[in-house]
Ligand binder design. Structure first.
Ligand code: FPP
Length: 252
């Protein structure tokens, strides 16, 4: 067993895009008799470590499910704390993002975020827009079903205005209307905390993603855990509906 599983990772076969459902902050805090927000604050350390590790390896895009459209239903105190944490984190990490050539982007209905969160986020996105090493994409007020509704509405408008033939609608038409239009689909989706659900995250984009579930709570999910997940992904055979012999010969 090498000192780090990192040495076993094949750098020529990295996922171009990793998506993560960061779950278990509340339970992590509860286990320590601390308020849920304590878990979220510690979750930020994992965000930093995992982002750094992805950038260092050469993963092109990392999408983090930071706040779902359903999360508004949590106690106001927790929602406010999460929104403030986001402001604090973006401000604090901005220089590191730029130093490491990382671009910040966001998906979801950002217009519904509190103005301070929205403005800080937009500043962060704008200040890092020319960075090229990795995209750190935050899903905020995100719902995959809402994203699909919006995409459908835009496509319907194109048809109604005579700019698109119904018969011309294909995968690309839909892909082009999603928030993730400029990103490859995630090859690897990770969910922490033992839950094995997708929870309305990137439903279109994960059609062929490898799913990796771990019992580790998000605040405990660090660099080494990411390496294990990537290594596990690399041990799998991705067949895309074909048979084993075809995928070993043919590039998909
Ligand atoms: C899920 O754990 C976690 C969230 C809904 C929020 C994730 C937010 C962070 C890690 C911090 C802010 C992020 C950034 C990018 C600055 P949970 O609260 O559902 O945990 P539980 O299932 O144990 O209750």
């Amino acid at each position: 067993m090498p000192a780090s599983i990192k040495e076993k990772i094949d750098l020529t076969n990295l996922p171009k895009h990793i998506a993560i459902i960061m779950d278990g902050n509340g339970r992590w805090a509860k286990n320590r008799n601390m308020p849920r927000v304590f878990g979220h604050k510690n979750g930020v350390t994992s965000v930093r470590e995992v982002s750094e590790a992805c950038a260092e390896l050469g993963v092109g895009c990392l999408t983090l499910y930071a706040f779902s459209a359903e999360n508004w239903g949590r106690p106001t105190l927790e929602v406010n704390a999460l929104m403030s944490l986001l402001v604090e984190t973006v401000k604090k990490e901005l220089s590191t993002l730029n130093k490491n050539n990382i671009r910040l982007t966001a998906i979801g209905d950002l217009s519904k975020l509190p103005s301070k969160t929205y403005n800080t986020l937009m500043d962060g996105i704008n200040d890092t827009k020319d960075n090229t090493r990795m995209t750190l994409n935050l899903a905020l007020n995100y719902s995959a079903r809402n994203e699909m509704i919006q995409a459908t509405q835009r496509i319907a408008e194109l048809v109604a205005s005579g700019n698109l033939d119904v018969s011309a609608i294909d995968h690309t038409t839909i892909q082009d209307q999603l928030d993730t239009k400029d990103m490859p689909d995630p090859e690897l989706l990770i969910r922490t905390s033992g839950e094995q659900r997708i929870s309305n995250f990137l439903l279109w984009q994960i059609a062929y993603s490898e799913l990796y579930f771990t019992d580790t709570y998000w605040p405990d999910f660090r660099r080494e855990d990411l390496y294990i997940a990537i290594h596990n992904y690399q041990m799998r055979e991705r067949r895309f509906g074909k048979i084993s012999e075809q995928v070993t010969i043919t590039e998909i």
